[in-house]
Design a binder for this molecule. Sequence first.
Ligand SMILES: *Cc1c(COP(=O)(O)O)cnc(C)c1O
Length: 360
Amino acid sequence: MPRVYNFSAGPATLPVEVLEKAQKDLVDYQGAGMSVMEMSHRSPEYKGIFDGAKEKLKTLMSVPDNYEILFLHGGASSQFAMVPLNLFSDKRKADYINTGAWSKKAIAEAKRYGTVNVVASSEDKTFSYIPELSADMFDPEADYVHITSNNTIYGTTFPKLPPVGDVPLVADMSSNILAQVYDVNDFGVIYAGAQKNIGPAGVAIVIVRKDLVGSALDVTPNMFNYKTHLDNGSMFNTPPTYAIYMAGLVFEWLLERGGVVEMQKINEEKASWLYGFLDNSSLFKGTADLASRSTMNVPFVTTSEELDAKFIKEAASVGLKTLKGHRTVGGMRASIYNAMPPEGVKKLVEFMKKFELSNK
Ligand SMILES: *Cc1c(COP(=O)(O)O)cnc(C)c1O
């Protein structure tokens, strides 16, 4: 079975070079006589793997020294609770921007611990755009402002960061971390589940400004306290060792290809082929607003649900897989993360052209 082009939103396609490297070292990791999965997380071999992964991520994102990188369990969804538990002060209030299903989940979780002010929302138009934001919309007394930088289901990305002043900005970057250049200094916390644009499921990455750690609410479970993990170098308990190893291989793969700057260029080019076609098609149409569309997730529809279904089926038969849109919105979605080769996007666009001609 040859490898297909897998447009899944997550878990998502991984670079084949990374999979092959992991395969080569699977049974005997570089002479250790055992697999990475079987190693003590406190062994010197594993320490090398862990420190290497962290160092590479630090380089890729130019993470300043006053930030800590944590590798945690629990996915991005645990961060929906960890952020308010760790960042709420006695005021217990935060500003959130509601740009989709993941934002809504983050909002619901934060509401359990304090006051959430939804500054703006794009729910009125099925989250097809990012709302305009001005400084006067934000509460200067808020403990933090939360955004979902890229909305995986609706295919929107914040075209610029909101003007939050001195209030720490928190970003759920699950679906566009390492895909475009961000200045970590603009954020209090960045978090991401790995399974979109980093590696296999099982590890979540948290980049937190150190001065925000250490004043969690009293009710915070030990495992949900950033301080627990900061003090123990993400080894308070057994970390997701293999997922971190795989993430490290992806970081290496990115560095070999010129890092995030180069990735952003490639991602913009890949997305422009797809959007260029969608904008001129009489059958297909993109569903996200021009000003805020994502280079990572590209949702689109044909003129009917029947044709959508036919398209998804026929695309799968030529090795273009997992193009079905999220179950809540229907249609199609092509997730074209860092690891999606440019040829995959080219093949998809060619197939869409053919499909359009034969289904006029
Ligand atoms: C997938 C996703 C999540 C959920 O991630 P889990 O690791 O499954 O908890 C949260 N936010 C965004 C933006 C996502 O794309």
